[in-house]
Design a protein around this ligand. Structure first.
Ligand SMILES: NC(=O)c1ccc[n+]([C@@H]2O[C@H](COP(=O)([O-])OP(=O)(O)OC[C@H]3O[C@@H](n4cnc5c(N)ncnc54)[C@H](OP(=O)(O)O)[C@@H]3O)[C@@H](O)[C@H]2O)c1
Length: 206
């Protein structure tokens, strides 16, 4: 399966690329800059391309740009993405004196991405950190995915299951994305407060 990582030159995209390539996925790193994509791709042993070219041949598009660029980037890439499923990992956060909070937008980034692309959008992986994904061992935590399209969600859950030593769990419809995105703020605050690397483990199911 071919996975396009749009904005995959960032820390999260790089960590995903390395783990997914090791798991046997055909990975292409996308960037606004073809040279940067090629450089990062060759560093990680995967292909690099412009975001546009990366999306055209993909089975799943992961939007891994910085969070506040995700919706505009998806809108620009609409023709290249076509009907291909999209996985949104973005969590928009505000950093203030009392900690990190989700932005005030009532609608999730993922729902806003669904407004501007033709393929089904799922949201997930928000609670996995680039730093822990980048370690030798897969992180011992769970990955949550939500979405309305069963096939797209199954693809994302399969991919999520290859990233973590924990379970990949179906967290419901795309309307749950706002909660998953907001959870990132909680995790960042926990990391700051306890100088740790918080992950999520769900008890009582499965
Ligand atoms: N970091 C984590 O631990 C983590 C964990 C879970 C989820 N996430 C989510 O993963 C996504 C990426 O996180 P990150 O930390 O890797 O972000 P990042 O390093 O800040 O940015 C990723 C890439 O976004 C592209 N980019 C930057 N500005 C852009 C713009 N205006 N338009 C289009 N592309 C732009 C850049 O790629 P080019 O310049 O090469 O185009 C950059 O390398 C975010 O949505 C974040 O919420 C991150």
């Amino acid at each position: 399966m071919r996975i396009a990582l749009v904005g995959g030159t960032g820390s999260f995209g790089r960590a995903l690329a390395a783990r997914l390539a090791a798991a046997g996925y055909d990975v292409v790193i996308g960037s606004r800059d073809a040279e940067r994509a090629a450089a990062v791709g060759s560093e990680l042993g995967v292909e690099g391309a412009t975001n546009d070219d990366a999306c055209r041949a993909a089975d799943l598009v992961v939007l891994a740009t910085k969070a506040d660029a995700a919706v505009d980037t998806a809108r620009e890439l609409r023709p290249a993405i076509g009907e291909t499923p999209v996985l949104s990992v973005a969590a928009e956060l505000s950093f203030g004196p009392h900690g990190v909070v989700p932005t005030a937008d009532a609608r999730s980034v993922a729902a806003r991405i669904q407004d501007v692309v033709d393929g089904p959008v799922v949201a997930g992986l928000h609670s996995l950190a680039a730093a822990t994904l980048g370690e030798d061992e897969a992180p011992d935590e769970e990955a949550l995915v939500c979405g309305d399209d069963a096939e797209a969600k199954a693809l994302a859950l399969e991919l999520a299951g290859r990233l973590t030593a924990g379970r990949a769990l179906d967290a419901g419809p795309l309307a749950s994305a706002r909660a998953l995105e907001g959870l990132t703020a909680v995790i960042v605050n926990l990391n700051k407060r306890y100088r740790g690397r918080a992950g999520i483990r769900v008890t009582g199911v499965g």
